[in-house]
Design a protein around this ligand. Sequence first.
Ligand SMILES: [Mn+2]
Length: 331
Amino acid sequence: MAVNAHGLRWNGITDAGISTFMKAPWIEMGSPVIKKEKIEELREKGVKAAVFGIPFDGTTTSRVGSSSGPRAIRHASCYYDSYHHDYGVYMAEELKLCDCGDSYIEVGDVNKSMQYGADLAASILKAGAMPIIIGGEHTVSLAGAKAIDQVLEGRYGLIHFDCHLDADPDTSRSVYHGSQVAAISRLESFSSQNFALIGMRGTLNAKEYWDFVENEGMTCFSMRKFLELGPNKVMEQALEVATKGTDGFYLSIDMDVLESAYVPGAEAFTPFGLTVRELWSMLPEIGSHKKLVGFDVVEVSPHYDHSELTAMTAAGIIVELLAARASSLAG
Ligand SMILES: [Mn+2]
């Protein structure tokens, strides 16, 4: 029997046991009121990456159900093992990976729910670890960014993979999964000039959003531009945008950035997107970048999924980023 550093069995029956992310140890933080001793526990255990879920889909505009996303992604993650041959690293052991459960959801209250998510991400940052958020709808990026704003000093950028700009500038209503990029840009430590948005296409991006993105000085690699430049150049330029003059950047991946054929369970799946392989080819460079401070993977609605395809891909994206991160820390 193969046993990892946590004494967990990594091989054998995938569905055996409790499905935390990659079967990593579960550290229950106590959301909504985070226990201080739990932050200490993360620090003492030397945790460098901690996954948690924000099971929120309360502002979803079409195919609801991403509140079940964290559970589906955790289940799918159990199909992945800790050793990654491309990097020659045992990622879970190297990162002392743990699963901090889900942040508390105040049903019907997007602001409170995002604050609870931000509090949990902030606790992970305070413990010196990288927060990894599994959604939930795309609004949850605001929780990750807010935590950075609250805990870390300095200036931050954003790399946002999405079919949509999510840049509805209307401040007269609560944040929703079409406006969190605009909301993040208003946080003190985030600067729009360091925002790189990748994969936009289709007609669900209103003219006002495009105008906002342009006026704010964000850089957008629409799908047309992506085809023109190719993944390598886009990655190079996006990292340049997100890291120039910043202390770090946050990464967000909406599953609908991918071609709809790969992600039947994505909330707003749309044709003409990135292939899984194109996205995969970009992950080593982002995941290993020393300025990456946290990331999320969002918008998996398992009820629309087929054969766990979207959840498996979402889990796979996280695993690839973790492996790259582990490898960069291992030196
Ligand atoms: Mn989105």
